[in-house]
Design a protein around this ligand. Sequence first.
Ligand code: 5AD
Ligand code: SF4
Length: 427
Amino acid sequence: MNVRESEAVEALLLAAGHERVAGEEDAELVIVNSCTVRQKAEEKALGKAGNLLAAGKITGVMGCAVKRLGADIFRRLGSLHFAVGPRRFSEIPSIVEKIISVPASVRPRRIADFGDNEVPSGLGAHPVRKPTGTFADVQSFVTVMIGCDNRCSYCIVPDVRGHEWCRPAEEIIAEVKCLASRGVKEVCLLGQSVLSYKDGSFAFPDLLREVQKIDGISRIRFTSAHPSGCTDALIAAYRDCDKVCRHLHLPVQSGSDRVLAQMGRRYTAEEYLSAVAKMRALDPEFSVTTDVIVGYPGESEEDFEMTRALMEKALFDNAFIFKYSPRPGTKSAQLPDDVPTGEKERRNQILLADQERRGVERNSRLVGTVRSVLVEGPSKRNAQRWSGRDSGNRIVAFEPPAGISVGDMLEVRITEAHAQVLIGEVV
Ligand code: 5AD
Ligand code: SF4
């Protein structure tokens, strides 16, 4: 969501006549888009903004940490020029104008627009990048809803991003059509809990079916999903829509029913596994990835072992592991944060090692298969190679054939498997 909203702000600033520079050193203005989902993320954002102010940049902070801190952000960063909450980013160009339209010596500071539950504007703004650049936009995020009403016990998102609000379906469809006309091939529909999307009786699976019809779009992804949304209607949409990628990021958070109930997740480990089984019944190579929290208050060794066992049964293709971080104002922040840091770290390392092994095993089965890869550009790790992703969102690296361009769809035979990347040859 933050990547998408940073892009929208970029588009709004470009439209107001500003220019994007190559790097931070050359910039007069830098805006830090903050996250507060864990304490560390928030500290990182504020630390960054402090350094920018010390370097003499006009500095603003946007995003979730602004909403959590409110006016306190100016106690932490006294000389900050502006702070804008997650639903108010469209105000940034006019705030910037206020700041730069006066001489540096009298520039206003501490301009605040924290916002509340209002309907945001600017959600559909996309920067137009040069089509000749190596990373021209072949992929684009499209926001379909904002906020979240799930209220998982540990999560600050509903407090900072507010109540769920869904964009009208026509607006989303029009945006995807416009992106397709600009050469975008893959869209990722975004929301905190996209499967809850609704516009009257038009629900998320209906949206998938409509986007499927748009010429020029060859892949549809979406994130993030709550397991309660894995309905038969969703499975049917997967079955009928060949553009919908065979990948689902489905955060499980824990494998212990006791912890899941405490977290307010509204499913059991068994229900979760049956959702995974439905996806894999559609296609055995269907990629399922997840988020897990270790060290939730009261998480015993037994609870933790249940998480390990669930991860083994689910055969996740990838997993993001987070150490529990109490967030002020959430339900679980009232419970003692009683799993020691060292123990959280130990559990984290165990799950990472399990996943590393499982990732290699899962990916090894793909050696010899041919994957359709949407080319993203030169590989970041190996200058000789280019990379892209298969339908399952797996990174595939290969030696580029002559005349290759970003956005090509290539067939690649897999020759080598690692936990996070597949290596192959273009066929
Ligand atoms: N502590 C640790 N991880 C958290 N997440 C959300 N809130 C917290 C928290 N308080 C994780 C969840 C979620 C991901 C985006 O961040 O796993 O799926
Ligand atoms: Fe947070 Fe996701 Fe739960 Fe919403 S569904 S409260 S964003 S963890």
